[in-house]
Design a protein around this ligand. Sequence first.
Ligand code: MIG
Length: 715
Amino acid sequence: MEKSFKSIGVAEQLVRTATGIFLRTQTEELEISVLEDDLVRVTMRKSHPHAMTLPDSEIPSCAVVKRDLPGVNVKITESPLDINIITGKIRVHISRSPVRIGFYQLNGIPVCLDTAASGMGWMKDGPACFKTIPAGTRFYGFGERTGYLDKRGTTMTLWNTDTILHTPSTDSLYVSIPFFIGFCGNYAYGIFLDNPGKCVFDMGKTSSAEYMFQGTGEILDYYFFAGPEIKDVVEQYAKLTGTMELPPLWALGYHQSRYSYSPQDDVEDVARSFREHDIPCDAIYLDIHYMDGCRVFTFDQEAFPDPSGLIARLKSMGFKVVTIIDPGVKIDPKYKIYKDGLKKNCFVKLPDGNLFEAEVWPGQVVFPDFFKEKTRTWWAENHKILFDAGVQGIWNDMNEPSCFSTESGTMDLEALHGELGAEVSHAKIHNAYANYMNEATREAFRTLLPGTRPFMVTRAGYSGIQRLACVWTGDNASWWEHLLMSVPMCLNMGLSGLPFTGADVGGFLYDTDPELLTRWTQLGTFIPFFRNHSAVDTCRQEPYMLDEPYKSICRDFIKLRYRLIPYIYTMMHKAATSGTPIMRPLVFEFPEDPKTHGIFDQFMLGPDIMVAPVYQPETQCRTVYLPDGEWFDLYTGNVITGNRYILAESPLDRIPVFLKEGAVIPMGREMSFVGELQQVLKTIDICPSRNARSGRFSLYVDDGETEQYRAGSSP
Ligand code: MIG
């Protein structure tokens, strides 16, 4: 494969550790530790003559939350040729010469094996590992990526990037999740390469019989998840890297954004129009024009002379305001935030001691070094001006971080991050910049608005970002192709530990059109994060701007969304407790049916609702695959027997939606915003099962806004 690759050497020394083994070759050290019966960590690095256990990686992982493990009982056997580590669920086999790792089921079935020729070792740019691909394997996950569901046969670079206009062959986007699920039809396993620098995956492109993953730096640090179901892998990953926290319930409503609503009368106008046209809406977003010359933590005095008054009036109509925040701080000797940050030494420096500067929206800026605790605290305190004005959500943009003036589009790779004396280069932790920025925002909510649930949206992130914020998929375009692409993108994000996601409904760049906006609103109804957003200079795309019949159709679907909130919120609670995605590919629910394995243009919302969006203009019907069982048409109640493709009617006023037999769907009330009316379950849709499969649904309810749910109290 890759000529410059150098394999790990031969095992020379072996030590048993509390959780596994430590092995030394002439040039490397390798540690294999069993964290759970189904979770194994593999760490390789260049030798340090005296260390007997490997220290944690140079930079503490911002992805992994599971550090104190109770310890698992493992059985270890050794022979001159090999070592076996046996857990309650799997066997890890390590051959000594050459050193190769294989993960097996206890019945002997191989699950994930190093290639005989290469295994682990070193590429020019960093540590790497080669593993075999059994025939028929598919690869899901990898977070926010273009393309379809299965990533087999592709190469991917994971490097957070502010892509100007993505297309199906665009490589890096804003979020990097170096995690995937391998699924061969019978069982699934997962691999997470914990490396916030650049990661490269070649999933059988160079050679169809093997895949390769490579990180940056001097340490290979990966986790193996034993499955055996896709569901299990996702939950095992969530156990390691954490789950989302419940957002305020209003986060599940419909959100309206625009780059930008300004001046403030425009914002009020939008809010009033929603109410006048009887279209529900919970949140309005303020994009960069609310600020004074894009200076973070300011309001433009002319366009927004009275933010508190504005936000109070919006609040009385049931709207919450979310403001954008960019990390770059304008270099302006008269600007308080800049002066403060300088004085407190909060900005990123270059190795020569100068500040790293670049151009972004405000002009020349410097960047907070969120890897320092004091920077995060300082950044958090600065939110006071927004929270005092009544802002309830923070939208972190440009945090790849994006720079307009550098060749790389981001920070200097040599720029330094972290506490004094322990700095690391930007190259090694680039993808984690957004995580630490969001940590700072989280701290802002915790300290300035204690007791309330944070609402945060982020554009960039690395594994673990799900604990902090909802992710939207960045700058899509008002293209049918992007409506479709948003489905596998969000599905793979869901499989990668990010359940709370969504794409800009209607499309961000370019002009939308009434039909596209209508079809996208229909899809958004069933997507966890339901926000319409559009770029400056494009046509306005608030649903009330539409002519009939488009406007009424959008209204009906947004109302349907509100009726589904009790169901979706229950799914969100499940995601918050076990990491289960809210929006799921068919293969997640029906792995035993091979026909589902590649389907990316329909999905399940929770276990019971099958959604088949329309993604082409002038479509009167579309094919839908219904797995085995009986399916209930959402609109007519007609029962259709599955295990076949059907041609489903999809006139403009509906997209195919089917409820699974045995489903019990709680339907809430229509309302203009969450909390307008007390929630009662108006109807419960029950889909009887002729096969006597029993139906059951446990509804999760809490107060929807405070942190009391953590104590387990419900109203
Ligand atoms: O370079 O703040 O993805 O949602 O409207 C553009 C303006 C900067 C990019 C975000 C988009 C937002 C826009 N921002």
